[in-house]
Design a binder for this molecule. Structure first.
Ligand code: PTJ
Length: 248
């Protein structure tokens, strides 16, 4: 990848930028994805570029939801495909989830390229290209999903989602897990589980929790889900931005 010395104080952030740039170069990330990344970086900086305890609790609740689900799906857009393709495949494997490409700025070419990119990173099946299902309440292009993918999922992970779609998916009655560094975003607020953390930390962290919980009884998983408080997690992230430092 880029020639960034690991000793650089902003190594991770620079590496992330390079991946997004590369994603644009190879036609998987949209140009708007660059803007989205810049917005995310600003929040990550304010949050101290670390996983808050409240975000870790959210990641654990997300893992419990995945393991309890009948049909969990990980939704992948152009930014997610550029930043964490292998990590998404590992999460899907650890939880038995489907992977579906679902784009805000949908083009057939980008759909195909992202699916191929995920297969290069080990995905055996990638959904999203059939597009025989619809999310009610959205315009045609943004509403397209696979009927046997997101269309019939009970739990969906939608990282870096735009607010309209996050709200429309939640309105379909699906349990929605959102990864978004902005705790004030409509997507984070629409989610049953908002994970306010960088996607590059959040996805491996959900996988780690899922592996740890692999043998847990359903009752234990339900306790984890019930104990998670979305409002409190969002409030903690806001507090961390305003005050810095961890909660007492
Ligand atoms: O590939 P497509 O066509 O589906 O388009 C994807 C983007 C991301 C361009 C599209 O969904 C979009 O425009 O999203 P927004 O409205 O810019 O929202 C993206 C949200 O993700 C913002 O709230 C950012 O703070 C957040 N975000 C950006 N980068 C990261 C992030 N959250 C976690 N980790 C990141 N690396």
């Amino acid at each position: 990848e880029a020639e960034i010395p690991e000793s650089h104080p902003r190594y991770e952030s620079l590496l992330t930028r390079h991946r997004i740039e590369h994603g644009v170069d190879i036609g998987i990330t949209s140009r708007q994805g660059l803007i989205a990344q810049g917005r995310g970086e600003a929040y990550d900086y304010l949050l101290g570029e670390r996983t808050l305890d409240s975000a870790d609790a959210a990641a654990r609740a997300a893992a419990a939801h995945f393991l309890l689900a009948d049909h969990p799906v990980v939704s992948v857009n152009g930014n997610v495909a550029a930043l964490v393709p292998g990590e998404v495949v590992e999460l899907a494997e650890a939880t038995g989830a489907d992977i579906e490409v679902n784009l805000f700025n949908r083009t057939d070419e980008r759909m195909e390229r992202i699916a191929a990119h995920l297969r290069e990173h080990g995905a055996t099946e990638v959904k999203g290209l059939t597009a025989d299902g619809r999310i009610p309440g959205l315009d045609h292009a943004r509403a397209k999903v696979d009927a046997d993918g997101i269309g019939s999922a009970d739990v969906v992970l939608v990282p870096l989602e735009d607010g309209d779609r996050a709200e429309a998916l939640a309105a379909m009655g699906k349990t929605e897990i959102v990864v978004d560094l902005n705790p004030l975003s409509r997507s984070a607020r629409a989610a049953a589980v908002p994970v306010v953390d960088n996607i590059i930390r959040a996805v491996p962290n959900i996988t780690r929790h899922a592996r740890e919980l692999a043998d847990a009884a359903p009752a234990e998983l339900r306790d984890i889900v019930d104990a998670f408080d979305a409002e409190a997690a969002l409030a903690d992230a806001e507090r961390a931005i305003r005050e810095g430092g961890e909660a007492e």
